[in-house]
Design a protein around this ligand. Structure first.
Ligand SMILES: N[C@@H](CCC(=O)N[C@@H](CS)C(=O)NCC(=O)O)C(=O)O
Length: 215
């Protein structure tokens, strides 16, 4: 099994990058800096016609969509134990959470950050207002989930749902609806940020603006 990840620091590629590191899966990292417009490069567009990251080359074939890539990797690397096993009692909740984040939180984030590019700039403010409400409702839901004191979102252990959730929570760090405004999400985020794989991820992506305070 061979993998090459096209990523941009802090972008939707981050969850996939994190999973590859956590699971110890060998891969090649290829930088596509979206701040420099590298996603519009015709060579990259051949791999990803939408001009977005991530793209994961899986055995020579370009694959897209962060949530799908996480689920695919979990299926291809069951020994990594990063998803409840098929047929196990926690599998349904894992599907629910993965689809909730892909269906609801990711599009709301896209609307917030790209309101004036993806749509009419004149309507951007209204789009962002709705996105903000959806993001707030999402943090409300996840906060309620971890309010029972669980360490991880699902299955009593680290899973792809945590990679996706924490990536999304990180994106909210400068928004009016930052995830750290929700009380039960704070210890959850801190726990995830303390993982050696998250620290390694930040080092590799050159990110230093959302880590745990030094103890
Ligand atoms: N639903 C996609 C979203 C991908 C996406 O919107 N990526 C952003 C970065 S977070 C991107 O590539 N933006 C560059 C652009 O749209 O020009 C996924 O989860 O993979």
């Amino acid at each position: 099994m061979t993998y090459a990840l096209y990523y941009s620091p802090g972008a939707a590629s981050m969850a996939v990058h994190w999973m590859l590191l956590e699971a110890g899966i060998p891969f090649e990292a290829r930088l596509i800096n979206i701040d420099e417009g590298a996603q519009h490069d015709p060579e990259y567009r051949r791999l990803n016609p939408a001009g977005r990251v991530p793209t994961l080359i899986v055995d020579g074939v370009p694959r897209h969509e962060s949530a799908a890539l996480l689920m695919l990797l979990a299926e291809r690397h069951p020994d990594a134990g990063l998803a409840p096993a098929p047929g196990s009692p926690d599998r349904a909740e894992w599907f629910e959470l993965m689809v909730f984040m892909a269906n609801t939180v990711l599009p709301a984030m896209r609307d917030w950050f790209y309101a004036d590019e993806d749509g009419d700039p004149a309507g951007a403010e209204a789009v962002q207002a709705l996105a903000q409400r959806r993001i707030e409702q999402s943090w409300e839901r996840l906060d309620a989930l971890v309010a029972d004191g669980r360490n991880w979102l699902v299955g009593g252990k680290l899973s792809t749902a945590d990679f996706l959730a924490v990536m999304l929570m990180r994106w909210s760090r400068n928004l009016p609806c930052k995830a750290t405004n929700w009380p039960y999400l704070v210890p959850y985020i801190q726990r995830l940020r303390a993982l050696p794989s998250f620290i390694e991820l930040n080092t590799r992506e050159g990110l230093s603006n959302w880590s745990n305070p030094a103890s």
